[in-house]
Design a binder for this molecule. Sequence first.
Ligand SMILES: [Zn+2]
Length: 216
Amino acid sequence: MHKCPVCKGSTTPFRDPQLSIMYHVCDTCQYVCKDSTTHVSAEREKKEYDHHQNTFNSTGYVARFQRLIETFIQPYKTEGAALDFGSGPGPVLYTLLKQIGFEAHHYDPYYYPDKSYLDHRYDVITMTEVIEHLKDPKSVLNALKPLLKPSGVLVITTEFRPESLDEFLTWWYRRDVTHLGFFNAVSMHALFTQTGFTIRSTNHRNTIVVSPTPSD
Ligand SMILES: [Zn+2]
C-alpha cells in the first residue's frame, strides 16, 4: 500500500491513459502524487530545467514575480533577510527582492548549490514552482522551518490541481515529467498542519502564504 507522503494516509491508485502512468490519490488529504516508477533521473530533470526560459528577457515572467511581491510579500514584509529556495537557472525573484532592499539569498540544488544559505535566519522564504517537484515536500518544509524567523513568512506557489480527477487527467500541469505531486486546498492545509505552519493568505489558485504556528 502506497502511503501519502503528506499525511501518511492510505491512497487509491489511478491510471493516466494518455500518459500511461500511475498516480496515487490520498484518501484523506487528496494529495496526488505520481508513482515512483515515473520519476526521472537527476540528469533528465536538470535538462528539463535548462529549457525553462526563466530570465529577465521574459517580461511575462518578471511581471509575474512583481505581482507576487506586491500581493503576497509586501503586505507582510518590506525589508529584512529573504531566501529564494529553488531559484532555478535565472534567479529573477532573488534579484527583484534585492532591488527593493531585501538582504537576499538564493539556493538551487542544480544551479546554485552553495549551502551558505543555511547560516542565516529569514524574514521571507519563497518557493516558487518548487513544491510540485519534490518527492517529499514535508521533509523539505521541516528543514526550512528552523531558518524562518518566528514572525517570518513562507510564500509558496504551485498550481492547485483541479478538484475532479476527470479534469485532472486533461490538465496541462501534470504533463511536465519533473512535476511529481499536486496539491489542492485540502492537501495544502494538511501539509501545513503536519509541519507546524499557519495559513496567512491564499488566492486558492496557485499561491499560499504561511507563518510558523506559535508554540505555547
Ligand atoms: Zn494525504
